[in-house]
Design a protein around this ligand. Sequence first.
Ligand code: GLN
Length: 283
Amino acid sequence: MRPAHPPGLNVAQCLGQAHGLGLARHDAQLLLLHCLGQGRHDRAWLLTHDTEVLTEAQQTHWQRALERRVSGEPVAYITGLKDFFGLTLSVDARVLDPRPDTETLVEWALELLPAEARLRVLDLGTGSGAVALAVQHQRPHCQVSAVDVSQEALEVARANAQRLNLPVQFVHSHWLDKVQGRFDLIVSNPPYVAEGDPHMPALRHEPRQALTSGPSGLQDIGHIVAHAPQYLQRGSWLLLEHGWDQAQAVQKLLSHAGFSNIQTRQDLAGVDRCTGGCFDSER
Ligand code: GLN
């Protein structure tokens, strides 16, 4: 005889189950809205439908989503979407899960680009396209280019640009190797985690190539700083995201490469997150 089907869980019970498994409340809400086919911003729906019972298919979907999240997979990969600087991006395991910390980089870039500017901007290591698309969205007259060495990442970024109808130009290149011309601003959120970093196991679902950069985490930042001056107009800025303990090292790299006016900015958590400098010397 088949066992009686267990009674279906309702919305409130699902959220309770997630809480019991240690999931953050916002993560659980996003996952449940996704499994129920509700709008991802409609958290109020969950409150007004707390006694609604899931169908069998929804419940299967929900249990699978919970398992994936408990195993450390980013919510963005499970739902396929991530909000970044007012845009909803499609993301999956081909690209880094865009972090809110990176909005610091975008904010700084926007401060350097007047609203009506028609300047050339370059984003190095664009991944999902997050930074380039956010800048292009906020500064429609700028000419934004973005590079990545991963063809798979470029597929994700191009699809986002197309869906959001933003005219970013994508180039397949290892950093600046295939880039031509000079820019009025270069921004980058490169890989910067040290290879032996104890946090790497927690980031195992994301592309390693987008995260680690040599034993100190500074290999790619060093490369970018060394080559960027040939691609910057005089008086233009290079802005880099980096790890919480790398500000001083990045400042030193920039200063050795001839940058001036070097500054570091904190993210919303108050952590040193971006360092940049202006290239105005003759080299
Ligand atoms: N901020 C990410 C982390 O430490 C790393 C992103 C990156 O390497 N660019 O989880």
